[in-house]
Design a protein around this ligand. Structure first.
Ligand SMILES: NC(=O)c1ccc[n+]([C@@H]2O[C@H](COP(=O)([O-])OP(=O)(O)OC[C@H]3O[C@@H](n4cnc5c(N)ncnc54)[C@H](O)[C@@H]3O)[C@@H](O)[C@H]2O)c1
Length: 269
């Protein structure tokens, strides 16, 4: 028996990085997965790869900021696999810019994907979980940037911090409704995915260089290296499974120690 055998999981941003790893891990552990993304080619290719490995997987094209499409994606998931039990609201973008240089258009574009998209995911997925009648698990992808500040990431942090408290509030609404739906947030640190190469890297010190997660992790991650997408997917698997049945409104931090403190010899400072 897989850890999520018989569950149906919907994963946004499932064509790349953490979302793709979540799709692979949940499918390997017995879930029927629907992965959605803007990137149709990569999403279709991953779904086909999973099917050829004997898993049940479908790709649906989706922009998470489009409410009309959310209703269609949830209805199509129910039609394909008979219900919905797990939501991984993972799609996200990172715009790096000093807040004083950030355009309102960039602020809104980032907020639309990282926050409006998460709101819409919950609004449309939780009623489907209630219809399925077996409870459910909602996993919202936040970040260590939702737990502490970072120069150059004020807009991103604003969205991820909002996701953290949105998760707790929705957790309380579901608990009050006694619907069996649990809601938790995940807080990755520096994870080696394509997102780093997509950031417009207008750094606060004026440099405009591509970001290298290896170099950033060597400086700022106590374990000394970036995490892999599969490290985050393993945490998502736990939250999606019944092994976490008594957890709701909580935060799963997967950051190699970043938020715990700093390593180093105090006497040498
Ligand atoms: N990589 C990290 O170090 C890190 C750390 C903390 C949190 N996160 C968060 O994890 C999540 C996944 O990031 P990743 O590193 O895998 O990035 P990624 O760029 O590899 O993957 C993100 C995916 O989201 C999709 N996407 C973007 N906008 C979309 C939209 N409007 N509608 C649908 N899909 C959309 C992209 O096409 C892409 O496939 C994000 O929410 C990110 O903020 C990442």
């Amino acid at each position: 028996m897989g850890q999520v055998e018989g569950k149906v999981a919907l994963i946004t941003g499932g064509a790349s990085g953490i979302g793709a790893a979540c799709a692979e891990t949940l499918a390997r552990e017995g879930a029927k997965v629907v992965l959605t993304d803007l990137d149709g080619a990569r999403g279709e290719a991953l779904a086909a790869k999973l099917r050829s490995a004997g898993r049940e997987a479908r790709f649906l094209h989706q922009d998470v900021t489009d409410e009309g499409r959310w209703a269609e994606v949830v209805a199509e998931t129910e039609r394909l696999f008979g219900g919905l039990h797990v939501l991984v609201a993972n799609a996200g973008i990172a715009v790096m810019a000093a807040v004083f240089d950030m355009t309102l258009a960039d602020w809104r574009r980032q907020t639309a994907v990282n926050l409006d998209g998460v709101f819409l995911s919950v609004k449309h997925a939780v009623p489907a979980m209630r219809r399925a009648g077996r409870g459910g698990s909602v996993v919202l992808m936040s970040s260590v940037a939702g737990l502490r500040g970072s120069a150059g990431l004020a807009g991103y942090s604003a969205t991820k911090g909002a996701v953290r408290l949105f998760a707790k509030s929705v957790a309380m609404e579901c608990a009050a409704a006694r619907d069996g739906v649990r809601v938790n947030s995940v807080h990755p640190g520096i994870i080696e995915t394509a997102i780093w190469g997509k950031m417009p890297a207008g750094l606060p010190d004026g440099r405009n260089a591509p970001l290298d997660p290896q170099a950033i992790a060597a400086q700022g991650v106590p374990l000394g290296e970036p995490g892999q997408a599969s490290d985050v997917a393993d945490g998502v698997l736990f939250l999606a499974s019944d092994a976490s049945r008594h957890m709701t409104g909580s935060e799963l931090v997967i950051d190699g120690g970043m938020t715990a403190g700093r390593v180093g010899n105090l006497a040498a400072r």
